[in-house]
Write a protein that binds this ligand. Structure first.
Ligand code: PLP
Length: 381
């Protein structure tokens, strides 16, 4: 056991997020390598079936959430001439996937102090060419999808969830055209790289199964097994396949996912109560009761905080932090494509937020250590 108080003596760095992999994942990967079939095959199907059993939806595993979002928007016929509403606070991939289709992303502001897309701002961003809206469940904190599905229905829009932060969150994909999870190394479960599309629309999932593999009508596995000898290409496609090595790791991770998420929620609750006591000037978005898989531990710093100084102060004490997210419309590339975007609440969030370490390998005393060091910063000095 590590104890707070003895500072960095026998304490390693507390990482912002760490993958929790063990013997089960190693055995699963080795078993696939030994089997002789390493690319997309039965393990991928098994991972999909496990997600289908959990959600009651169709599941299509892909090589990343980014690829999954691109394929989904394309399969829903989003393309040049279309406008797609995207959150003002998100990872740049959300916006890039819209750009890949040739459609125009339209950044929409968030709620004040809460990094979820604002419905009022979305309403006022609508034009005659708006075709879709992509929402993002920031930090694994679930958006109210009944509101967004009504908004999409009333305005004839396609609704897609960037659910990168949401592996294990129940309900994703049930109130939209599709939701896309990420299994990147820092997400709630991992296959190193990977993602999965959930949809209630069986014809969409069938198109996506072909589009992830070059648009081909038969898979490599069915050809290798002699079930098919040739193929046609009847849809646009890419190589967005997952492979069986990753899928096997994913199956082992999925067995632990609910436990991981429970630990994340517990550690988040510990953060909330300790910070209410020790750093009351810092606010924490959402609430302990908010439906969530607690992917991130975001805080909102008081106006005027020297955030870089704070990050340096706690990094010297072995604590990693990050910012979710820098404003993408200020990036060199995106500012050229998206000039004149002005989102006051997104910009305020991005300037004042800080994400604290949160992963299932942490213990309560790690959280105490982080909060003690946050409190020890020269606030107002
Ligand atoms: C991680 C992430 C992605 C991209 O996921 P990949 O699986 O790495 O492609 C997309 N959107 C958000 C919000 C993310 O955090």
């Amino acid at each position: 056991m590590r104890h707070s108080g003895d500072l960095m003596k026998d304490r390693g760095v507390i990482g912002l997020s760490e993958a929790c992999l063990g013997q089960a994942e190693m055995d699963a990967a080795c078993e696939v390598i030994r089997s002789g079939w390493i690319s997309q095959g039965e393990k991928v199907r098994e991972l999909e079936a496990a997600f289908e059993a959990r959600s009651g939806l169709s599941a299509v595993a892909v090589s990343s959430c980014t690829g999954g979002l691109h394929a989904t928007l394309s399969a829903l016929d989003i393309g040049p001439g279309d406008e797609v509403l995207v959150p003002g606070v998100t990872f740049v991939a959300t916006v890039n996937t819209v750009l890949y289709t040739g459609a125009t992303p339209v950044p929409v502001d968030i709620q004040p102090g809460i990094p979820h897309m604002s419905i009022e701002a979305a309403q006022s961003a609508l034009t005659k060419t708006t075709r879709a809206v992509v929402v993002m469940h920031y930090g694994g904190y679930q958006m109210d999808m009944s509101i967004w599905s009504a908004f999409a229905r009333d305005n004839g829009l396609i609704l897609v969830e960037d659910a990168a932060h949401c592996p294990g969150l129940s309900g994703v994909g049930t109130n939209s055209d599709a939701a896309v999870l990420s299994f990147f190394a820092n997400k709630n479960m991992t296959t190193a790289e990977g993602g999965l599309i959930l949809t209630r629309d069986a014809s969409l999932s069938e198109r996506l199964r072909r589009m992830r593999g070059h648009g081909m009508t038969t898979s490599t596995l069915s050809r290798a097994a002699g079930h098919a000898h040739t193929y046609d290409v009847d849809l646009p496609g890419w190589n967005y396949r997952m492979d069986d090595i990753r899928a096997a790791v994913g199956i082992a991770q999925l067995a632990k996912l609910d436990e991981f998420n429970e630990k994340r929620r517990h550690l988040s609750a510990v953060y909330r109560s300790l910070m209410a006591e020790k750093t009351p000037m810092i606010s924490i978005p959402f609430s302990a009761e908010w439906p969530s898989v607690a992917h991130l531990m975001p805080v909102f710093l008081p106006l005027g905080t020297d955030r870089q100084k704070l990050m340096d102060f706690i990094r010297k004490r072995g604590i990693q932090t990050s910012i979710h997210y820098p404003i993408y419309h200020h990036f060199t590339w995106h500012s050229r494509l998206l000039p004149n975007v002005n989102l006051p609440f997104a910009e305020d969030w991005s300037a004042r937020t800080l994400s604290l370490p949160l992963h299932p390998g942490m213990e309560e005393n790690d959280v105490e250590y982080v909060v003690e060091n946050m409190a020890a910063f020269g606030w107002g000095a």
